[in-house]
Design a protein around this ligand. Structure first.
Ligand code: BYC
Length: 308
């Protein structure tokens, strides 16, 4: 049966599946995994400068969660017959992408709040439907990830709420962060439906459950009242309640900027990738030690093959 035809059944790793379905899943899950680990960088930079011990502990836990999400997702991609080494090689050589949002700088502490509120908020809207994705291992990974993302979103909201209700300088800092992260957050949902080459087939296969524009609208509808609760404004002069549609009308993101960032020409693309490659090289000794340890254990356990 073609994947996605029976909405209640999942496709499992050993089931037969069309090559294109497998390729699309590897592309999307790998891109998702890469986003999680590259996404550790913009916030990780603020761990040492967090304004209190409590904030530091919370941020460390969040950044560590992102590493965990990367792990679940690489493991899900591996069930499709690819290897972690191949996926990382594809990231490091630019053959596979990661989310555009992580190519923007985090200039102030308020940016950590804006990432939690807007970026994790957008991620939740995108990822909750993926819990019902037709590929079982991806859907199951998303369930746990979404639970953790909710905590991330709340902590971002709380940082911004505190700043927004603090001194005038703190309020201005929160507003500036939201002004910079609003449009890039809307771009996380991808190009408009009319220019999205993959959406139609991915929806037919039950990988995506909603289009890019549908999810973008859902995100705006959730964010507008939350911005009001924060005492902050969103930088879109076109924003207005559309009585007829029952949705917030919003302006068009600059999709040429999204195309530039996705093509590798965003503000920090080169820096993010260079940092990732350096971290991978610095971690070589850990991978070697882990492999040697596994081989030693396997040699001691009769019937078990040493790890490659
Ligand atoms: N950035 O046909 P389309 C997180 C690419 S991490 C970069 O609509 P599709 C978090 C797209 O790949 C959040 N590239 O594609 C972590 C395609 O190129 P290729 C990450 C983008 O796949 C740490 C081309 O443009 N979430 O939560 O149907 C801290 C045409 O697009 C982007 C996921 O990865 C973009 N924004 O739909 C905090 C979710 N948009 O591959 C938070 C899973 C589009 O054909 N992914 N492209 O050369 C998805 O849901 C889908 O892949 C997308 C794109 C909606 C992103």
């Amino acid at each position: 049966m073609e994947p996605g035809t029976d909405r209640s059944a999942t496709v499992e790793p050993r089931d037969p599946m069309p090559d294109g379905y497998r390729r699309t899943l590897v592309r999307q899950i790998a891109q998702h995994a890469h986003s999680e680990i590259i996404g550790m960088q913009p916030e990780g930079e603020w761990i040492a400068c967090a304004p209190s011990l409590r904030r530091k502990a919370i941020l460390m836990a969040k950044v560590q969660d992102e590493a965990g999400h990367g792990l679940y997702l690489y493991a899900a991609a591996e069930t499709l017959g690819t290897s972690r080494d191949d996926l990382l090689e594809a990231l490091h050589t630019g053959r596979q992408k990661y989310s555009s949002i992580f190519n923007y700088p985090t200039l102030t502490w308020a940016d950590v709040g804006a990432i939690g509120w807007l970026v994790d908020g957008a991620a939740i809207v995108n990822q909750v439907p993926l819990c019902r994705c037709s590929y079982g291992p991806y859907a199951r990974a998303m369930v746990r990830i979404c639970k953790e993302e909710s905590f991330h979103q709340r902590q971002g909201f709380e940082i911004l709420h505190t700043l927004s209700h603090g001194t005038p300088e703190q309020h201005a800092m929160a507003q500036d962060a939201v002004d910079r992260f609003w449009w890039p957050s809307l771009m996380m949902f991808g190009p408009p439906d009319a220019d999205s080459p993959n959406t139609g087939q991915s929806m037919a296969w039950g990988i995506k459950r909603f289009t890019n524009d549908e999810l973008r609208q859902r995100f705006v509808d959730i964010a507008v009242p939350q911005a009001e609760a924060l005492g902050l404004t969103l930088p879109d002069p076109e924003l207005r309640w559309d009585e007829e549609r029952g949705h917030w009308h919003f302006g068009t993101p600059d999709f040429s900027e999204l195309a530039e960032v996705v093509a590798g020409r965003g503000p920090l693309n080169a820096q993010r990738l260079a940092h990732r490659i350096r971290a991978h090289e610095d971690g070589a000794w850990v991978r070697e030690a882990a492999a040697a340890h596994a081989a030693k254990r396997a040699a001691r356990t009769p019937g078990q093959e040493p790890a490659a």
